[in-house]
Design a protein around this ligand. Structure first.
Ligand code: MN
Length: 137
């Protein structure tokens, strides 16, 4: 048993992987036989990930706010507190905050044999992001 006390600094999401201001709190890191990686990710309005895939898929669970998610070839979907989304292994996708709302989600995945959690691609353009439906406040 290992207790990690609250007190680890929140990290800014790297600009290679995110557009806009994103902040990450670590929840679980892979260790030994456990491949679980989990983070609480805080998106400011308009902020989002780049396009990416996960080797073993990913579940996100929206803790707070209103956000957006899209798989390649699909529509931009509005996601809200209490919603969860599973992205299939290798399914290209992005997720982020709505244009006018903060969004926090718990992100959970299993890393691959080499410890990789994601493969990153191009940033989501303003045109791609702007295809989101209006959120109904
Ligand atoms: Mn993802």
């Amino acid at each position: 048993m290992q207790i990690t006390r609250n007190g680890i600094d929140t990290a800014a999401g790297p600009s290679d992987w995110f557009s806009g201001a994103v902040y990450v709190d670590t929840v679980a890191t892979p260790s030994g036989a456990s491949r679980l990686s989990a983070s609480s990710v805080h998106f400011t309005p308009g902020a989002r990930t780049a396009w990416h895939t996960h080797p073993s898929g990913q579940t996100i669970y929206v803790l707070e706010g209103v956000g957006l998610a899209q798989r390649r070839g699909g529509p931009v979907e509005v996601i809200r507190s209490g919603d969860r989304v599973f992205f299939e292994p290798g399914e290209e996708h992005w997720h982020g905050g709505a244009a006018t709302r903060f969004m926090t989600h718990l992100a959970m995945l299993q890393v691959d044999d080499e410890g990789n959690s994601a493969t990153w691609g191009a940033h989501v353009t303003d045109e791609e992001y702007g295809a989101a439906p209006a959120i109904d406040n």
